[in-house]
Design a protein around this ligand. Structure first.
Ligand SMILES: [Zn+2]
Length: 477
């Protein structure tokens, strides 16, 4: 498990989305996905199902609250760059294969299987045909935004024809659309070896570097692409990047002892100083809490909302993220307000944990501790969590270890609430020293549960039990 965790690149997405808040007469607030009155009860939804309270103890329900950052399906289109147009060149009747592989709005898997059967004879043409069958399927899937299947089909196509630039570029394109920039570059390098002067290779490589925030290389690739072929999409991307680049260059001086700060958008200059000052303050606080000082300088990038959504392709519920660099949308801000300060401390905590554990901390430790550091406590969720646990619906802790990227907004809210509750319980029981010791053990390669057993003498089931008891005792009515 630690081995596996070490290989997974975690993204830490940080939500501050809320739905409805039920305010009780005793002043306590309960956060729910949605709440409504039903006779003498107030019913409210959690991701574990519907719960209810007697209306007599409810003062009122606040609807809405913070609205999650939303982006429609089209808004995540990243750079407005269409799939590569390169056509495979392998002889045979490619068009006939395309027509047979995809017809009537669907992929003909039987036909493709037949091509694969013929490829077993080993002739070059038969292998090429099988590649074209999968390529046609991938192109179709790409056109429908089904990136996952497009990748599977195009990678299969490459097994039959490993050096075909059109296939390599399609794989690269699907990775780009998924913000997997490094993987994309691997395929583009392969494509470049066989087709050094293909303008699409340079075009896509520019996008990959852009995504990796390597603006000089992005500009160089796009200039190269334009020299090979005029292209309106490249022109737009190049101009945008040159604007961003000059903006970043303007603020180059904005580094401090622990941070390198970059802009990617039209943020106010005063904001940069304010952000750095805030980060340094939080750095000292977290440093003394965790008894640890990260050796590597921490990269921070401030985005406009639009650029954040375009570049990070984070789910709609993500307010900021940390993928090795702290990426924060700061649209419309001129200085650090309380909310941004909180977000910065949360993201900075992730950087500390990441470096202290060499990237081995599971998601629940990361998100729980980050929330705790930013000052969140379990009050508003406590009753619902205890009730969910009492009804046997609590998510097993093991499920909170891996990436939360695929979770729905509801699922994520629930995961965050449990993560915070567990960390809060551990800290209040024996202080931050236990967290420190647990992180050190995780960092040395121990599984999280084994680390808990050594430090707390608890396994996951015990922790679940203790956390729930703590919630009842501390916040119970
Ligand atoms: Zn987070």
């Amino acid at each position: 498990m630690p081995m596996l965790l070490a290989l997974v690149a975690f993204l830490f997405l940080c939500t501050h989305a809320a739905a409805d808040t039920i305010v009780l007469k005793n002043g306590r607030r309960i956060l729910a996905l949605s709440a409504y009155e039903d006779g003498d009860k107030v019913r409210y939804l959690t991701s574990a199902g519907e719960l209810s309270l007697p209306k007599s103890i409810v003062d009122h329900v606040e609807q809405g609250g913070a609205v999650p950052m939303t982006s429609g399906p089209g808004a995540a289109a990243n750079l407005a760059i269409a799939p590569p147009t390169a056509q495979p060149t392998g002889g045979g009747d490619i068009e006939a294969i395309e027509r047979a592989a995809v017809h009537d709005g669907a992929i003909d898997r039987e036909y493709i299987a037949k091509l694969e059967g013929e490829a077993r004879t080993g002739t070059k043409q038969a292998n090429f045909n099988a590649a074209m069958g999968h390529h046609a399927a991938a192109t179709f899937e790409l056109s429908r935004g089904d990136l996952e299947h497009a990748l599977t089909d195009e990678r299969t196509a490459l097994i039959y024809d490993p050096e075909e630039p059109a296939l390599l570029m399609n794989v690269a394109y699907a990775h780009l659309r998924r913000s997997e920039f490094k993987q994309s570059l691997d395929y583009l390098e392969r494509a470049r070896r066989v087709a050094p002067d293909n303008p699409d290779v340079a075009k896509l490589a520019g996008w990959a570097y852009y995504g990796l925030n390597k603006m000089d290389q992005a500009v160089a690739e796009w200039k190269r692409a334009l020299a090979l072929r005029p292209d309106a999409e490249v022109q737009v991307a190049l101009e945008k990047t040159q604007r961003d680049k000059s903006e970043e260059e303007n603020y180059k001086e904005n580094g401090s002892s622990h941070f390198t700060l970059r802009y990617n958008g039209a943020a106010a200059p005063a904001l940069a100083h304010d952000v750095l000052r805030t980060l340094e303050m939080h750095f000292s606080a977290i440093e003394s809490e965790l008894n640890y000082s990260p050796p590597d300088s921490i990269g921070v990038i401030l985005y406009t909302q639009e650029a954040f959504a375009d570049i990070t392709k984070a789910p709609g519920w993500a307010g900021a993220l940390n993928d090795g660099r702290i990426r924060v949308p700061v649209q419309g801000l001129t200085g650090v307000d309380q909310e941004l300060s909180r977000v910065l401390k949360h993201e900075l905590t992730h950087s500390f944990i990441q470096q202290k554990t060499h990237g081995r901390a599971p998601a629940w430790v990361q998100e729980g501790l980050a929330q705790w550091m930013e000052g969140q406590r379990s009050g508003e969720h406590a009753v619902a969590l205890a009730q969910i646990h009492g009804e046997g619906h609590a998510v097993p802790m093991g499920r909170l270890e891996g990436s939360w990227m695929g979770m729905s907004g509801d699922g994520a809210r629930y995961a965050y609430a449990w993560a915070l509750a567990h960390i809060e319980y551990i800290v209040q029981a024996d202080g931050m020293g236990d967290i420190d010791r647990i992180l050190d053990r995780i960092g040395s390669g121990m599984s999280t549960e084994a680390a808990l057993k050594e430090v707390l003498h608890s396994d996951y089931d015990d922790l679940m039990q203790s956390t729930t008891e703590y919630l009842r005792k501390t916040y119970g009515r």
